[in-house]
Design a protein around this ligand. Structure first.
Ligand SMILES: *Cc1c(COP(=O)(O)O)cnc(C)c1O
Length: 424
């Protein structure tokens, strides 16, 4: 990574930025929503497009000088359409939360009713949590996963939709390790004559590659983040049928945003282009295979996984059965000390607080980008287990940390040798 100009202009920011690049190089990024974009995406995002105002949409801008911006936004849109088979795509939302906001603004009135998954069961703040604008502007009722199986109960959801009569049913989750059956959620939405928003933020890459079923063509609206399992840089996206195109576009601009972040739109164009390459399908499949290998090995160690396993890129460990006196936060902190970065997470039927919950969530998108295979992920599971079992043991932490150093050297990232960025 070169920071030639930055280094002379601003040594303080350079120092912190260099620390961050080193941190990403030297630790295992297992936060399930994180990934590493290519250097091509980094260059697009760190470009002169940050200078350009392009309010409006390609061909209909409120400012002059938008020709290159138009070309870039059109590339991003066309590539996303090809990836997802969507009729209409809006690539301007600044992030996944803004994508959801755009949909609400397009089709709901204040006080309308949202039916969405409870945050502690794997939902997202932007689905109507009281701390989020969605919870303040709309009326919200939440569904839960089945306490026994950790899985969605589609029959129950449908019954709840009939009872509550929402205006929109929101699906798509932050900590749900299983395949989502979009048609079954659509049935629940239909039963209440409600819209269906499928928020694929976490699985945008898996859906693009066809390793998770797609809600495009099923749900009325599909939203996502562009920086999680798809490596298109930080941002959001909305997809819908042509009939909602104008409503969505005017909700995003001028409804809730000003000028688009064109440098991020360029990152999306580049990342979507990469995702159209055949190698991306291999990457997405490897991400899922790696999560399965990680989960299987954690279970062999006697750890309990919510829903008893995974179909996607993440596992959710419930510490209570195997380690009732250990909290997720303790494990998160001990693992971070050892160089494995993931997050404490609530589990269905949570008995602790959201700040110090009973679970940990671990994902494989970042490791898979670095080239980790199933065997390497099994080793990571061994390391996680050692720390879960002895979070206060400094010798264990030191030993795990040494092993993490070897792994990060073997699977290099953004270093002199950027092999880790090649999808293998
Ligand atoms: C991550 C996520 C989002 C969007 O988050 P941003 O940080 O705004 O991109 C939205 N919905 C779900 C389910 C998520 O997991």
């Amino acid at each position: 990574m070169h920071f030639d100009h930055l280094e002379s202009a601003d040594p303080d920011v350079t120092a912190a930025l260099t620390d961050e690049v080193d941190r990403q190089n030297d630790t295992l990024a297992m936060i399930a929503s994180e990934n590493h974009v290519s250097e091509a995406v980094l260059e697009a995002q760190g470009s002169a497009l940050t200078n350009k105002y392009a309010e409006g949409y390609p061909g209909e801008r409120y400012y002059g000088g938008c020709e290159p911006a138009d070309e870039i936004e059109e590339l991003a849109i066309e590539r996303a359409k090809e990836l997802y088979g969507a009729d209409h795509v809006n690539v301007q939302p600044h992030s996944g939360s803004q994508a959801n906001m755009g949909v609400y603004l397009a089709v709901l009135d204040p006080g309308d009713k949202i039916l969405s998954l409870d945050l502690t069961h794997g939902g997202h703040l932007s689905h109507g949590h009281p701390a989020n604008f969605a919870g303040q502007v709309y009326e919200v009722e939440q569904y839960e996963v089945d306490a026994e199986t950790g899985r969605l109960d589609y029959d129950e959801l449908r019954a709840q939709a009939e009872e509550y009569d929402p205006d929109i049913v929101v699906s798509g989750y932050s900590a749900y390790p299983r395949t989502v059956e979009w048609e079954r959620i659509q049935e629940a939405a239909d039963a209440a004559d409600a819209y269906h928003l499928a928020d694929i933020a976490h699985i945008t890459g898996l859906v693009a590659a066809g390793v998770h079923p797609s809600p495009v063509g099923v749900a009325d609206f599909v939203t996502g983040s562009t920086h999680k399992t798809i490596r298109a840089g930080r941002g959001g996206i909305i997809m819908c049928d042509e009939e909602y195109a104008d409503d969505i576009d005017s909700a995003v601009f001028p409804g809730m945003q000003g000028g688009p972040l064109m440098h991020n739109v360029a990152g999306k164009a580049v990342g979507f282009g990469e995702a159209l390459e055949p190698e991306f399908e291999e990457y997405a499949q490897a991400t899922v295979d790696n999560a399965k290998a990680l989960g299987d090995r954690l279970q062999e160690h006697g750890l309990d996984l919510v829903s008893d396993g995974t179909d996607n890129h993440l596992v959710l460990i419930d510490l209570r059965p195997s380690h009732p006196d250990t909290t997720g936060k303790e494990v998160e902190e001990a693992l971070e000390e050892a160089g494995i970065v993931l997050n404490a997470n609530t589990v269905p039927g949570e008995t602790r607080s959201a700040f110090n919950p009973s679970g940990i969530r671990a994902g494989t998108p970042g490791l898979t980008t670095r080239g980790f295979d199933e065997e390497a992920c099994e080793e990571v599971a061994d390391l996680i287990y050692e720390v879960v079992d002895a979070p206060d043991d400094e010798d264990v932490i030191a030993e795990v940390s040494a092993r993490v150093d070897e792994l990060t050297d073997e699977f290099d990232l953004y270093g002199e040798d950027s092999e880790g960025l090649v999808y293998e």
